[in-house]
Design a protein around this ligand. Structure first.
Ligand code: AMP
Ligand code: GLY
Length: 421
């Protein structure tokens, strides 16, 4: 089989490595992939958002199955385009991808179908938004409606901060049209859990839970990033909570999308907060999370391609989705200065054996691997205990060498503490 994976980060590298475990897979093309992914797939320089470019490539190369991983091509409708030309794909169509593409849509969906989430109001008028926040308790959460590279959420501690956030989104348009509408919502507290799930609109099968570490610095300080590391499973996510999430959130979300005529087929990501009032949805993503995928897929025992095809063909119910009874820890190694300002073009040297190495910001130049982005690579270690996985990941991180390489030193520390309590 000839496969196509759209995207070019650590998540896509993890997907590609897992797909390659199926012996029927003869070739994988990554569009655009990256210099590190080129070790495992044929990378072709076509942007994930160049929908016609991707579709033409898929047709010309007689692709048997395509996986669309990033949010923007999904929200733009790449799956619709590929399906129309007869290429089976993994990923939601445009009508369903709106669950991530518009926060206003997802909040209205949850309200309509009684899915637990933070209380909120939606605004298209800046003065009404100012007026509303002036009467609310602080902190308060301001969210741009549309996609904003994971940066469209601001937690304001004071009324002035809230006003600045609203103005930046609605007037200064720092996120472009994504800030035409904003969601203002109640600030929730509690441990956060990421649950990725496979769903074909009939069945939902959650994957192993995980915990992201979004802030740049140790102790959850500094700016928000795309994610600096993950662990799985998430110790806060007990069997009892999992059962409750299935009943109160996962199945109702799938059914809500069906009722809206927007059946979701693909990976539906639940960003959850475990509050004192029970689990609540912080966000939906219409795709695999990154770097969550880098801990979840290495623990998957079942065949990824078979599961994906079962989702496309709406026979997920009969398909096994099994995870190893082990723990994983992923460390993201970034360019010093990320997420603000950083240099690119430094040579990457890998000095020892790393169990699972996933490249994100790496480019090939004259046979040399050079840094080309903020998050350069992820390394994932697996062990029987969480502590074992964390220790092994930090041991293997020493094998990665490039100028100004930076990684957090406390990935998994909070989870370990939770296990001890
Ligand atoms: P998002 O981009 O929607 O994942 O939000 C980024 C981060 O902002 C989340 O992971 C949470 O830590 C935080 N966040 C979002 N919404 C809320 C909320 N209602 N209350 C508290 N924290 C929130
Ligand atoms: N790690 C969070 C995300 O993929 O959006």
């Amino acid at each position: 089989m000839k496969l196509l994976v759209v995207g070019g980060g650590g998540r896509e590298h993890a997907i590609i490595k897992k797909l390659k475990e199926n012996p029927a897979v003869k070739e994988i093309f990554a569009l655009p992939g990256n210099g590190g992914i080129a070790r495992d797939a044929t990378c072709v320089d076509i942007a994930a958002t160049d929908l016609d470019g991707v579709a033409n490539f898929a047709k010309e190369n007689m692709i048997d199955y395509a996986v669309v991983a990033p949010d923007d091509p999904l929200v733009l409708g790449l799956v619709d385009l590929l399906s129309d030309i007869g290429i089976p794909c993994f990923g939601p169509n445009k009508a369903a991808a709106i669950i991530e593409g518009s926060k206003a849509f997802s909040k209205e969906l949850m309200k309509k179908y009684n899915i637990p989430t933070a209380k909120y109001e939606i605004f298209s008028d800046i003065n009404k938004a100012f007026n509303y926040v002036s009467k609310q308790k602080m902190p308060i959460v301001i969210k741009a409606d549309g996609l904003a590279l994971g940066k469209g959420v601001i937690i304001a501690e004071t009324y002035d901060e809230a006003k600045i956030a609203i103005k930046s989104m609605m007037e200064d348009k720092v996120f472009g049209d994504s800030g035409n509408n904003i969601v203002i919502e109640e600030f929730l507290t509690g441990p956060e859990v990421s649950v990725l799930s496979f769903t074909d609109g009939k069945t939902v099968k959650p994957m192993i839970s995980s915990m992201d570490h979004k802030r740049a610095l140790d102790g959850d300080l500094g700016l928000n990033t795309g994610g600096m590391g993950t662990i799985a499973p998430n110790p806060y996510y007990t069997d009892e909570i999992a059962e409750r999430c299935m009943e109160e959130i996962f199945i109702p979300s799938m059914e809500a999308m069906n009722s809206e005529g927007r059946t979701f087929k693909g990976c539906l990501y639940f960003g959850l907060m475990l509050t004192e009032d029970g689990p609540k949805v912080i966000e939906y993503n219409c795709r695999f999370g990154d770097p969550e995928t880098q801990v979840v897929l290495p623990l998957l025992k079942s065949d990824l391609l078979e599961i994906m095809q079962a989702v496309t063909e709406e026979r997920l119910a009969e398909c096994e989705v099994e995870f190893a009874d082990q723990n994983a820890c992923c460390l993201v190694i970034a360019s010093g200065g990320y997420p603000v300002r950083y240099n690119k073009g430094y040579e990457i040297d890998i000095k020892g054996d790393i169990d699972n190495l996933y490249f994100a910001g790496a480019a090939l130049n004259d046979g040399k691997l050079l840094t080309s982005g903020g998050r350069v690579l992820g390394i994932t270690a697996i062990a029987d205990s969480l502590k074992g996985a964390i220790d092994k990941a930090y041991e293997q991180a020493k094998y990665v060498d490039f100028k100004d390489a930076y990684y957090r030193k406390d990935i998994g520390a909070r989870a370990l503490k939770a296990l001890e309590e």
